[in-house]
Design a protein. Structure first.
Length: 140
């Protein structure tokens, strides 16, 4: 999911929520986002009210848009196997989490978030190899 700004990203989540609520057919990317939204009923009130700001925007644990965005980023990684090897690594994480896909995703998202934060802090591109290495190391 490519967006230019935080506001554009949030608007897209609200757009998908409105289309879901209205029972409208969804485009493929909207279906991906809708699946993430369905898996997070705790965020539905925030999505239903675009003016809502009931979270700490800088705290990944309380920011629904960041949290759902990381789910989508991981889904896109798995669809494209980018970085190379992420699909196999994901299978290993799911196995380590006894088949609990949601918990496995949260584990990988935590490490992905750290890598994205590190890259942002240092003004560099995220290091895909470091990210995958940290995921692999975390399950051994």
């Amino acid at each position: 999911m490519f967006v230019e700004s935080r506001d554009e990203s949030r608007a897209f989540f609200h757009h998908v929520w409105r289309r879901m609520d209205a029972g409208e057919p969804l485009e493929p990317l909207e279906n991906l986002v809708a699946g993430v939204i369905r898996a997070h009923p705790e965020y539905h009130a925030t999505l239903a009210d675009p003016a809502s700001d009931r979270f700490d925007a800088g705290d990944p644990a309380s920011n629904p848009f960041l949290h759902m965005g990381l789910h989508i980023a991981l889904a896109e990684q798995l669809q494209t196997d980018r970085p190379p090897g992420v699909r196999e690594t994901y299978r290993e994480v799911v196995e380590r989490f006894a088949g609990n896909v949601h918990d496995a995703e949260h584990h990988m998202m935590e490490l992905l978030g750290r890598e994205l934060w590190r890259a942002s802090r240092d003004g560099v591109m995220p290091d895909a190899e470091r990210y995958l290495s940290e995921v692999r190391r975390s399950i051994t």
